[in-house]
Design a protein around this ligand. Structure first.
Ligand code: HEC
Length: 130
C-alpha cells in the first residue's frame, strides 16, 4: 500500500518534471472527456460532430477545425459566417465559443457562449479529434 502510494508520487513528480521541461507545458492539457461532456450538454441539441451524419439546427461539426468558416456542404449559413473567407482554427473557435454574437456579429447561432476558458479549451480539443 505504502509502496504503491510512493510509486504514484514518484510518477506524478516525473510527469510534472517532464511537463515543465517540454515547450508545450504552457498549453493546458487536452481534456477530451470534459470536452465531450461540454459538447453533450451544450452543443448536441443543435449539432452532431459525427462524420457522415446530417446537419441539425446547426451544421455538422466533424472536421470543423481547418474547414472554411461557414463551409459545410449543404448547410444554409447566415451571411455572418458564409461571407467569411477564413478557416476555423483553435484561436477563432475559442473566441466564437466564448461569445458567438461578439465574435461573429449577426451569427444565427443562438448560444450565449461558454464563459469558462478551460471548458472552452476542452470543447475545442474534443472537436479537434472529430
Ligand atoms: C441552439 C442551437 C445551437 C447550439 C446550442 C449551438 N450551436 Fe453552434 N451553430 C448553430 C447554428 C444555427 C449555426 C449556424 C450559424 C450561422 O449560420 O450564423 C452554428 C454554427 C456553429 C459553428 C460554425 C460551423 C461552420 O461550419 O462554420 C460552430 C463551430 C459551432 N456552431 C459550434 C458550436 C459548439 C461547439 C456549441 C456548444 C458549445 C454550439 N455550437 C452550440 C446552432 C447552435
Amino acid at each position: 500500500m505504502m509502496r504503491a502510494a510512493l510509486a504514484l508520487i514518484g510518477f506524478a513528480v516525473a510527469t510534472a518534471t517532464a511537463a515543465a521541461t517540454t515547450p508545450a507545458a504552457a498549453a493546458p492539457a487536452c481534456n477530451v472527456e470534459r470536452g465531450a461532456r461540454a459538447f453533450e450538454t451544450k452543443c448536441a441539441m443543435c449539432h452532431t460532430a459525427e462524420r457522415g451524419q446530417g446537419h441539425m439546427l446547426g451544421p455538422n461539426l466533424s472536421r470543423v477545425l481547418g474547414r472554411r468558416i461557414g463551409g459545410a456542404e449543404g448547410f444554409r449559413y447566415s451571411p455572418a459566417l458564409s461571407n467569411s473567407a477564413a478557416a476555423w482554427d483553435e484561436k477563432t473557435l475559442d473566441l466564437f465559443l466564448k461569445s458567438p454574437a461578439e465574435a461573429m456579429p449577426g451569427t444565427a447561432m443562438p448560444f450565449t457562449g461558454i464563459k469558462n476558458a478551460d471548458e472552452r479549451a476542452a470543447a475545442v480539443c474534443y472537436l479537434k479529434g472529430k
